[in-house]
Structure formats: C-alpha cells, structure tokens
Design a protein around this ligand. Structure first.
Ligand SMILES: NC(=O)c1ccc[n+]([C@@H]2O[C@H](COP(=O)([O-])OP(=O)(O)OC[C@H]3O[C@@H](n4cnc5c(N)ncnc54)[C@H](OP(=O)(O)O)[C@@H]3O)[C@@H](O)[C@H]2O)c1
Length: 282
C-alpha cells in the first residue's frame, strides 16, 4: 500500500509549531520580498509567501520594481535591505527579467539574510557539509522525508534535474544525509536506466508525466517537484496514477513539495531572526 507524502498537512503542522516558537521567542522576524516585473506566476508565489508570513507572525515587506529595472536598480534595493536592521530575510523572486544579471543580484544579498540559500557562500557551506541556509524546496523535501521516517543513509538517490535551486542542493542534502547520489540532466545517456535504480527518486525537470511507471523501481520513494500545466490541470513531472501503483511512497501535485517550500522559507526567516538577535546580544 503506497504512502501519500502529504506536504500540505506536514507544512500546516510545521507552520503551527513555528507560530508558537515565534510567540515564545518574543521576536518579530521580518522578511522582505523583491519582485521585478509583473509575471503572474511570480506574483502568485510572492502573495503566498506573504500570506504564510501573516499566518505565523512574521512581518513582511514587498518591494516591487518595474519590468524594465536594471541590474543596478535591483542590486541597490538588495543593498538597502542588507543595511536595514529590521529585515531578517531577503528573498528575490526568480526568474528575473532577462536584462537583469541574476548572479550579481543573488551575490549582493548578505549571506546571513539569504533565507533562500542561493548565495554562493551558502551553497558552498551546503556542499562542504556545513549548511547554514539551504534552498527551501530541497530542504522542505528533507523535512517531509524525516516526517514520514523514510530512511536515507545508504540508499541510492537519483535526481532528475541539476538546477541551482532544486537539483544541485537536493543532491548535496541527500549526500550529507549519507545517500549515494546520482544527478541526471538533459545530456544523461540513458535516464530511464539511472532512475530505475533509485530507492529515492526526485524529479525536478518541469515536464508533465516525464516519469513513467517503467522508470520506477518497485518500492521506491518518489518525490515530484515539477509544476506543470496539462489540459488545464496542475500536474507534476510524475505520472502519479501509474507510479503510485509501484512506489512505496509518493508526493502528490498539488499538495506535496510546494507547501513544504513555503514552510521552509518561514523557518529559515525565523532562524535568521534568532541568530541576528543573538549576535546583537554578544
Ligand atoms: N514545488 C516547488 O516548490 C518548486 C520549486 C522550484 C521548482 N519547481 C518546479 O520544478 C520543476 C523544475 O524546476 P527547476 O527550477 O529546477 O527547473 P530548470 O532550472 O528548468 O531545470 C530543469 C532541469 O531538468 C533537466 N531536464 C530538462 N529536460 C530533461 C530531459 N528530457 N531529461 C533529463 N533532464 C532534463 C535540465 O537539464 P539541463 O541542465 O541539462 O538543461 C535541468 O537540469 C519546474 O516544473 C518548476 O516549476 C517547483
């Protein structure tokens, strides 16, 4: 019988717990979001993040820059937020418009306020096995695996996708948890063969029904990061109906990885506020 890894329920539980922790800590953490342009999907994600802030007692500030903003304008805004002592976390909503140099913008965020974990310093710490802030989506996946007590050490984990926001940090987190990790991408010679060997399969490709039942080892744990539109419906990368007959556990889309991403962002923001409060005392 397959276990449905319920990200929505787990995230709600984590957010409730976090709300209590924030009240007990007598802190008022604050997150700043920066959005450039008016892409509807990005606007929706930012709205969801602000709503989660409200739910747990984190203050939030939304900075909106015009679609034609330059790299300099975005970097200046980030630097202003770096200096603002009332701001604990800075999140720049990606993707940025083509004329903006994303690497320069991310590199401008103070690493101790980089609650999205994309700054090269935080990536380096993650890959050297000493994570401080690690990207919210893969970290949320580790949380859901822990919630359902899914063993990782010694397991063979295979990840489809090598992006900087999902595939690569996911590999580092699973490696840090003692899995044997393979990362696949568009140039992988025989991806079906690689995936078929996975005890834990993570798909972050962005293609509807990319993962078919034939690519999944019986009893595998399947994590679906993908968010795709198919015939007017939101679906993941995994052919859920077919794969759930083979997997031992699987995340649904929607209601799997997505809510965990936002819960992790809230947790990272609180952690930043705690550490910054400690630094002020010391
Ligand atoms: N639920 C959430 O919270 C959440 C968060 C982030 C992203 N997402 C979703 O997750 C998906 C992936 O996001 P992303 O930002 O990682 O995407 P991305 O930057 O576009 O990366 C996609 C990856 O998939 C690989 N790929 C593409 N076609 C492939 C193929 N035919 N065979 C093997 N690999 C292939 C690419 O390989 P190359 O590197 O070789 O090009 C790339 O590494 C999207 O649907 C996105 O919306 C969800």
């Amino acid at each position: 019988m397959v276990t449905i890894l319920d990200g929505k329920k787990t995230a709600e539980k984590r957010l409730e717990l976090l709300k209590e922790k924030i009240e007990d800590a007598k802190l008022y953490p604050r997150l700043a979001t920066v959005i450039v342009g008016n892409d509807p999907a990005s606007q929706m994600y930012v709205r969801m993040k602000h709503r989660a802030c409200e739910q747990v007692g984190i203050g939030s500030v939304g900075i909106e820059l015009p679609a034609e903003a330059t790299t300099r304008m975005v970097v200046d805004e980030v630097r202003r937020l770096n200096r603002d002592e009332d701001i604990d976390g800075i999140l720049v909503q990606l993707p940025l418009p083509a004329q903006v140099d994303t690497e320069r913008v991310i590199g401008a965020i103070r690493p101790d306020k980089d609650v999205d974990g994309y700054h090269p310093e935080n990536m380096g710490l993650l890959f050297s096995g000493r994570p401080k802030f690690s990207s919210c989506t893969p970290t949320g996946i580790m949380t859901i695996l822990a919630e359902y007590t899914i063993p990782i050490a010694g397991k063979r984990a295979v990840i489809a996708g090598r992006s900087i926001d999902v595939g690569r940090p996911m590999a580092a987190l699973l490696l840090n948890a003692d899995a044997t990790v393979t990362i696949c991408h568009s140039k992988t010679a025989d991806i079906a063969e690689e995936l078929k060997r996975a005890d834990i399969l993570v798909s972050a490709v962005g293609k509807a029904h990319f993962i078919t039942a034939e690519m999944v080892k019986p009893g595998a744990v399947v994590i679906d990061v993908g968010i795709n539109q198919l015939e007017g419906k939101l679906v993941g990368d995994v052919d859920f109906e077919a794969v759930k007959e083979i997997a031992s556990a699987i995340t649904p889309v929607p209601g799997g990885v997505g809510p965990m991403t936002i819960a992790t962002l809230m947790e990272n923001t609180f952690r930043s506020a705690q550490e910054r409060a400690c630094d002020r005392v010391l």
